[in-house]
Design a protein. Sequence first.
Length: 467
Amino acid sequence: MISIVKRTEQSLFGIQNTLKHQYLLHLMVSNKSQIWTASSTTDELSEGTHYASISLPWTFDRMMMNSSPDGQKKRAYNIAKGIVGQEVLVRVLSEKGVDIELPNDTHRDDDIFDIRLNVDGQEQKADLKTMNYFSDYENDRTTFSLEYLIDNRDYDGSKWNQFFPMMIPHTQMNQNKEVYIFAIAESIDFRNKLWEGRSEHAIFAFPHGEMCEFTQKEQLINAREEEYSGIFFSIEYDTPSYFEKRLPKIELIGEWDGEIKRQKVTLEKNETISHIGPFSALNSLWMSTEDFREHFSGSIHFSISKNELQKPVRNTTRRDLNTLPRNRDEVDPKRPMTIEKSYFCNLRLPDDYTIHYLGWTTKEDFITNCRKYRSWIWPDDDVDPDKNMPWSQLTEDDQKKLERIGFDDEIQQGDHRIDAGFLKGIPIGGSAATFVYPNQYGGGLRETNAYVLPQDLRSMAELVPSG
């Protein structure tokens, strides 16, 4: 009798699992009508610009960008894209009657990209993952459409032009996120275009080189504010122009005493302006569109004229961070940072910045489904530039990464050494490619990602309460 009861319980459990599986299959993304598409508003674009201009010191540099001017610009663009994507999603969900809890945080908190949603009857922390499809690439890549994505929703093969992985960077796999929402943003490639596609502009540059660490390291910022001991800047404007219509202004955007501080300075031709401050951090530098286009030429040299904090501030390796930055490339090391015209970017995203919210998955399901797929590295251009190669060799660093996120049990012999969906990325060149991140123009991934496919995502409509 006991064995009959057990077999009956097992059968019922199996039936429940089968019914649950069949039910979930109906929820999976299989039609473009299940995908939500929305364009950003002017206010949402402005919010992205605002956060990107003030939050660089407080945002985890997961892409491990270097502190070059280009690296800092890329980091700022990533913040702008993340904020705009989140703002649009919150609006769309709210319009559909979804209760959303946003963090009551300032730009200094590290979870400004988190939202809380009721998922499967529980309040869970959701993280939006947005990929950017640049529509103006001149290449042989198929033009993006939702139909094309749906047609390839189950493809995990070597042809990157058909490959739409839904990716999580390996550095984020251990974060306390419970739900991932995936989206593709569509626009022109705005990164190296200052004016195209925008009716409004936001011209910013950022601290770089040694000045980047000295003005944006969180430990230093906190120490300066605890001691009420700031830093002051000197600025020298070096311009070859002899007939200035007017001298441009630059605004330093930083922090002091826990608040955002802005200080505007009129540049003096070939003269030094000193004692600008105090600041505990320097987040960005802003110039008006008119000044940038019509009045700014040459270069601006920044140095620290005074550092009121006298005690050492040590990092985990015991190195003192509170040492004045020096420009080792300059004859005069007292001028540690130079800002030129090419160091500025337009943080305003294009007017037609459109986001396709593809679907969502729980972290638990992501980790399970990830194990169904194959692992890939970059294409060998001499063999076939249109195909990724199997990930057939593992370095010691690769194995450590897999151990850290609990996938070391998936290491095997053969062409695909990782028996799970992983794409290897390298910060500079030689990275796995996808449809969105093609094998061209320095494309491909910048870090190693785990992935699932669109077929594994649940419909966005499942986030909307019934009735």
